[in-house]
Design a protein around this ligand. Structure first.
Ligand SMILES: [Zn+2]
Length: 460
C-alpha cells in the first residue's frame, strides 16, 4: 500500500488547512487549522474529527496562523498527545496566536449567550485560553533546513517560505514517498524575511493558491501611497488610523515607516502601536535574525534596528490605550484586529471615524459584508460597539501588502524548485483561484495537477 492523503480542510476554501497522511500503519497530520469565515465553514470546527486524535503519531506545522494551527487545542482536548513539530519562531508566535484564539472563542461564546444565539445551551467556546495554553506543551521546535526524525520511518525537513516569521514548507519522507507541502508562500523582495526557499520536488506537491488567479501591486506603489496618505492627513492635522494584524503586517508597516522617516518623506510624527500582541510579536521578530534577508542583516550590521521607528511607542496597558483618545495632534495609530472583528481598534475607530481630518487606512483583506468592507464602499454610517456612528474620516486602502505571493510569485517558486513533482494537488484557494492556478501550472510547466475536494483521499 502506498501513502494516502486525506484533505480535511483548505479544499474549496482558504482556511482549515489539515491533511491526514497515512502509510497504512502510521497516521500523521500536516497542519491542523481552524475554519474561518462563513458560518457553514465554521460549523466544521465543531464536527467529530475524521480521525481518532489519540491515534495520531505526530503533527507537522507549517506556520503559526490559526488557519494552520488553530485546532491544536481542540484536538488536544479530544485526546491528541503526540508531539507537534514546527520551526522555533512558529512555536513562539503560536503561543501568542493560540491563546488569543482561545480568548476570542470565549468572548464569542459569551456574546452568543447574551444574545441567546447558540447551538449549545449554554453557549460553549470551541476551546478556552487555558485549553490553548495547555496544548502548547505539544510543540517541539525543529532545526530549519536539516532533516528531522519524526518516527523511525518518517523524516521531515522545514524550509523558510517568507510568508510570516517562522513560516516554512515541509518536505515529508514517509512510506518510500516524498511529499512537499508548500504551506503559505510569501512574497519576493519583501522587507526583512528571506524569499521563499526552493526545495527538490518529489512524488506529490500540495501547493497553496490563495492568489493563484491574481497579481499584486508593486512595493514602490506601497511606499508612495503610504507616504502620500500620511503627508496629506498630517497636513490637515489629522490622525492616520491603521487596523492591522499584530503578526506580520504590523512589522512590515514599521519597516516601511522607518524607511519613509529616514528618507524624510513623511513628517516625524509619533507612531503608536496599541496592541499587546503586536508588541510581543515585534519582539519575537527582532530576535529571529536567522530568518532575515541580506538587506535586513546589513541594516543590523550598521547598527540599525529594522523595526525601530523614531517616536515609536508600544501601548500595553488598557488605561494607556484609553488615554490615546485625548491626543489630537497628528500621529499614526496602529491597532488590532486587522479585520475590525474585535479588539482595541473598535474603540479607536468609534472615536476617530467621525472627524473628517482623520484617515482610516486599510492594509489587509476585509471580508465581503464586514465593517471594513462597508467603510471601503463609502458607508455614511457604521455600527460600532452597539452605536450607529457617522463616517466622516477619509477611507483609504493599500492593497500591495499581502503576505501571500501572487500568481507570478507562486510560479516563480515552482520554477525555482528542482525536479518535476509526480502529481500536484492545488489547495488553499477559493474554487476559482484554485482551478485557474491548476490550469496555469499545467499550461506553463506541464505539471500534472488536481484540485482535491473536501474529504477526498488521494494515493501516491
Ligand atoms: Zn498564513
Amino acid at each position: 500500500m502506498g501513502v494516502t492523503i486525506t484533505f480535511l480542510g483548505a479544499a474549496g476554501t482558504v482556511t482549515g488547512s489539515t491533511y491526514l497522511v497515512s502509510d497504512g500503519t502510521t497516521k500523521i497530520l500536516v497542519d491542523c487549522g481552524i475554519f474561518q469565515g462563513d458560518r457553514e465553514w465554521r460549523e466544521r470546527n465543531w464536527l467529530e474529527p475524521h480521525f481518532n486524535p489519540s491515534e495520531i503519531s505526530a503533527v507537522l506545522i507549517t506556520h503559526a496562523h490559526v488557519d494552520h494551527i488553530g485546532m491544536l487545542p481542540r484536538y488536544h482536548k479530544l485526546g491528541l498527545r503526540c508531539p507537534a513539530y514546527c520551526s522555533p519562531a512558529t512555536a513562539e508566535l503560536a503561543a501568542l496566536l493560540l491563546t488569543d484564539s482561545g480568548r476570542l472563542q470565549e468572548e464569542e461564546a459569551s456574546y452568543r449567550a447574551a444574545r441567546g444565539r447558540s447551538r449549545h445551551t449554554p453557549p460553549l467556546p470551541l476551546y478556552t485560553e487555558q485549553d490553548a495554553r495547555e496544548s502548547l506543551r505539544l510543540l517541539r521546535p525543529i532545526t530549519i533546513n536539516s532533516k528531522s526524525r519524526i518516527t523511525d520511518s518518517i523524516n521531515a525537513t522545514w524550509s523558510l517560505m517568507g510568508h510570516i516569521l517562522g513560516a516554512c514548507s515541509i518536505t515529508l519522507e514517509m512510506g518510500g514517498k516524498t511529499i512537499v507541502f508548500s504551506g503559505d508562500i510569501g512574497r519576493y523582495g519583501e522587507p526583512v524575511l528571506v524569499d521563499p526557499v526552493a526545495v527538490p520536488m518529489g512524488d506529490l506537491l500540495l501547493i497553496e493558491s490563495t492568489y493563484g488567479d491574481r497579481l499584486h501591486n508593486g512595493s514602490s506603489d506601497v511606499h508612495d501611497t503610504l507616504a502620500e496618505i500620511i503627508q496629506t492627513t498630517s497636513k490637515r492635522g489629522g490622525i492616520v488610523l491603521i487596523p492591522s494584524f499584530a503578526v506580520g503586517r504590523t512589522q512590515t508597516l514599521l519597516y516601511y515607516l522607518r524607511e519613509l522617516k529616514a528618507a524624510k518623506r513623511i513628517p516625524d510624527i509619533p507612531v503608536i502601536i496599541d496592541s499587546p500582541m503586536a508588541s510581543d510579536a515585534t519582539e519575537i521578530y527582532q530576535r529571529h535574525t536567522n530568518e532575515y534577508d541580506n538587506t535586513a542583516l546589513a541594516l543590523l550590521n550598521k547598527g540599525f534596528k529594522p523595526f525601530h521607528v523614531p517616536k515609536m511607542y508600544f501601548i500595553r496597558d488598557r488605561e494607556e490605550s484609553i488615554k490615546l483618545n485625548s491626543i489630537s495632534e497628528p500621529m499614526i495609530l496602529i491597532s488590532a484586529s486587522g479585520m475590525l472583528s474585535g479588539g482595541r481598534i473598535l474603540h479607536h475607530l468609534k472615536h476617530r471615524v467621525t472627524d473628517r481630518k482623520n484617515t482610516v487606512l486599510f492594509v489587509g483583506f476585509q471580508p465581503p459584508g464586514s465593517r471594513g468592507d462597508w467603510l471601503k464602499r463609502g458607508a455614511q454610517s457604521i455600527r460600532i460597539l452597539g452605536e450607529e456612528i457617522a463616517v466622516r474620516a477619509e477611507i483609504r486602502e493599500i492593497s500591495g501588502l499581502s503576505a501571500h505571493g501572487d500568481r507570478e510569485e507562486l510560479l516563480r517558486w515552482c520554477r525555482s524548485c528542482s525536479g518535476t513533482p509526480g502529481k500536484v494537488a492545488v489547495v488553499h484557494g477559493e474554487p476559482d483561484s484554485a482551478r485557474v492556478f491548476a490550469t496555469t501550472l499545467r499550461d506553463q510547466l506541464g505539471w500534472n495537477t488536481v484540485v482535491p475536494s473536501y474529504l477526498q483521499t488521494i494515493e501516491v
